[in-house]
Design a binder for this molecule. Sequence first.
Ligand SMILES: Cc1ncc(COP(=O)(O)O)c(C=O)c1O
Length: 372
Amino acid sequence: MEYETPQFFRVIQYAASADRDVVDMVSGSPDWNPPDSLREGLHEYADADPGDFQYPPSVGLRELREELATRRGVDPQQIIVTNGTGEANHLAMAGGLDAMPGEEIILTDPVYPYYAGRANHLGAETTFVPVTEDGHADPDAITEAASEDTAVIVVNSPNNPMGVTYSADTIERLVRVAENNDALLVSDEVYDHFDYAGRFESALAVDSDHRIVTNAFSKSMAITGWRVGYAVFPDPDGPNGNLLDEARTRHMLTNVTGSRPPQAAVLHALRHTDPDYYEGVRDLLRERIAAFTDALDAVDAEYTEPEGAFYVMARFPGFSGTFESVERLIDEAGVAGMPGEAFGEARADWIRFSLTTDRVETAADRLVEFFG
Ligand SMILES: Cc1ncc(COP(=O)(O)O)c(C=O)c1O
């Protein structure tokens, strides 16, 4: 698989040029509203003094880092505010590869393709460890794969593309694998608010100098275009304290600093958003999951039980997960998903559907008609 070019553009373009109406279940861009307080924060910012329109600290607005630190139970100096989870993952993976002794990055299969593209781009050796039957990272298999050659292990829970959430025990074991191999666990938690079974556990719950947690407001506040994320680094006075210094430098030399208006608005939203906002979005997604999985049941498709994030991975009898199959589904059923083969080999027969459209029921009806 060629991971350097994001393959979802290929599918989106194909769907856009189709000769019929197509329900787009390809991208992970929320179609629901952000919290009202977020819009309020941005409006307020527009009227601020000119001084507030100048460079924020390179590591992010002080009050935002303090707010995040209180929420995450860490010291503010451990946090760098980044250009989304994407940059946070980049700082973590590049820094881990530089600082830790090995040359290898371990990823799961299926994988969020940007991890694989980045690992290749950084010149790392990559090892893909297949997920378990029920779609979770497999700590036994990752333990077996890891060695003194391993520099970084990247995991993501709640998970894209599998739509599952790893247990606390899995997360703890993954941190220990990193520790035992003098490696770094990068835990991407960008879907942390999308946990339907109450199963999510942050890697921050496991005290260690061998893990970096990455996150953003892209999904939780429905603002993938705003680019506010963050990474939590190990204690700067601990044995891997150099990871933070290195990342600060990398971040500053790449960006100078982050963009200030969205940081100010996110800070306002964090302070003024009621938990009901997040529960309302989860309820909306629960309804979409139910409508979609009813259709999958009706056509005897196999699927991974959706526990987290907003994706459903499914396999239809006698229908593969190639780009060609997905194009056929676009043309003949009017539903666009992502081919399983875009995420690796383990689920190459599967197709991933993103529930970020208010036309999930239409898609469900169309799939029943096509496969029924
Ligand atoms: C697992 C995962 N990590 C990171 C990202 C990118 O997040 P951001 O928009 O915050 O950079 C995505 C986007 O779909 C994702 O699925």
